[in-house]
Design a protein around this ligand. Structure first.
Ligand SMILES: Nc1nc2c(ncn2[C@@H]2O[C@H](COP(=O)(O)OP(=O)(O)OP(=O)(O)O)[C@@H](O)[C@H]2O)c(=O)[nH]1
Ligand SMILES: [Mg+2]
Length: 404
């Protein structure tokens, strides 16, 4: 036992919580990505603008316009957070570390035919990425472009959304059916505990199957936490939270709000958000220097880039909040699920901090910046001592005290 320590002391020795890997992505070359952490799959019909959105988010240069491309692109994106810059003014750290989210740009699944579920015919690595993702970013084409006619002849985002949703519904249904079939034959064997667990699974999957057959997504089925846990392993596609992104044309930015309202009215699902973005414009903005971008935005009559909003929305969709750590080495945002406790927060930094947790010294971001320093916050009684079960709030600046 080495007495009590502060989280800042070990942070220097914990190089990085995330692992970095390179993933070959075909013609567009390798894209470095953070594998750990949350992943969002960008899905949508062929030519809807998925890769353009991916490039926008990651400031990447993956090839677009393949129309039915087969390349998977993976990239990590920093979650914008002005608070880190403000804290850096106070702490003058050596570095600033943003929370990040990984986006995976997946080719459109082939259409289903009699006896074949298109989504299941995706290459194994693509399907695994899709199933492992924590949320979906569903891009639907809302832009007109005579040089790229829509294969259906008309631009109709609602129709396209439904089409892909139906593909995912069929993929989930096929999986539920297979499992129910198996439970029917082998479910009666095993120990009593196994048989009971099989029966329970049968009941939940039957509900899920009925919902899917009725055209609902699993995200709309009311499942209690135990039910959810029982089917978590299936990684159902229609259970994932979804951000619908209407990819509007450069001439339609003015009526994007109207279109969002119209589509959202017909897309009332739990864990679903509808937003609009002009992917082409955002991609071009991302390639400009900040002052050039400001001029371009002025010309287009747009007040703010939609990009930060989309990233922030995806973060919220994942149910994440950020707590902050600040010191002379680094100022950092840490993503944790909403509802996490102080000891969970400690564990997000390092397992040693969770194991030896003594207490968390916490101050709200607003208090810290208005008072100017930790010492002043302490004097003003705004620095609180919190125990293991404290429910962490977004923007809490935390230092963990722990024993080794
Ligand atoms: N005019 C216009 N064209 C766009 C916009 N977004 C994408 N495009 C164009 O539409 C075509 C398809 O865009 P991609 O981003 O490659 O679409 P995708 O969904 O990745 O396509 P696949 O991967 O082939 O399924 C490209 O030629 C893009 O330049 C937009 O907002 N406006
Ligand atoms: Mg693409």
């Amino acid at each position: 036992m080495g007495g009590s320590h502060r989280s800042g002391a070990v942070r220097g020795t914990v190089a990085s919580v995330a692992t970095v890997a390179s993933i070959a992505t075909g013609p567009s070359g390798p894209v470095a990505a953070t594998i750990d952490g949350m992943q969002i799959a960008i899905v949508g019909l062929a030519g809807s603008g998925k890769t353009t959105v991916f490039n926008t988010l990651t400031r990447g240069h993956a090839e677009t316009g393949g129309y039915g491309g087969v390349t998977m692109n993976i990239g990590a994106v920093k979650v914008p957070d002005d608070r880190l810059e403000r804290l850096a003014e106070v702490f003058k750290p050596k570095k600033i570390v943003h929370a990040d989210v990984t986006y995976v740009d997946l080719p459109a699944p082939p259409a289903s035919t009699e006896g074949h579920v298109g989504t299941e015919e995706l290459p194994a690595d693509h399907l695994a990425r899709l199933r492992d993702s924590d949320a979906l970013l569903h891009v639907a084409r809302a832009f007109e472009d005579p040089s790229h006619p829509h294969p259906e002849g008309t631009v109709d985002p609602r129709r396209d959304l439904d089409r892909l949703d139906l593909e995912f519904t069929m993929a989930d249904l096929a999986m539920a059916d297979r499992r129910l079939e198996r439970l029917k034959t082998s479910g009666r064997h095993g120990t009593q505990a196994e048989r009971e667990s099989n029966e329970r699974e049968d009941v939940i999957l039957t509900r899920v199957k009925e919902a899917l057959e009725g055209g609902s997504a699993i995200r709309d089925v009311e499942l209690d936490p135990d039910d959810e846990k029982a089917i978590r392993g299936f990684r159902f596609l229609t259970q994932k939270p979804v951000l619908v992104l209407l990819n509007v044309g450069e001439n339609d930015i003015g009526r994007a709000g109207e279109l969002v309202a119209e589509i959202a009215a017909g897309y009332q699902h739990r864990h679903a958000i509808v937003e609009a973005l002009s992917a082409r414009i955002e991609m071009e903005l991302g390639e400009l220097e900040p002052d050039e971008a400001a001029v371009f935005m002025d010309e287009l009559g747009i007040a703010e880039s939609g990009l930060d909003r989309v990233i922030a929305l995806s973060y919220r969709l994942l149910g994440l909040i950020s707590f902050l750590t600040a010191g002379p080495d680094e100022v950092r945002a840490w993503p944790i699920p909403e509802g996490s406790s102080a000891v969970d927060a400690a564990g997000a930094i390092h397992t040693d901090l969770a194991r030896g947790f003594i207490r968390a010294e916490t101050v709200a971001y607003e208090d810290l910046v208005s008072l100017g320093s930790i010492a002043e916050a302490r004097k003003a009684g705004r620095l609180r001592s919190e125990g293991k079960t404290y429910r962490v709030k977004d923007g809490d600046v935390i230092e963990i005290l722990f024993s080794k």
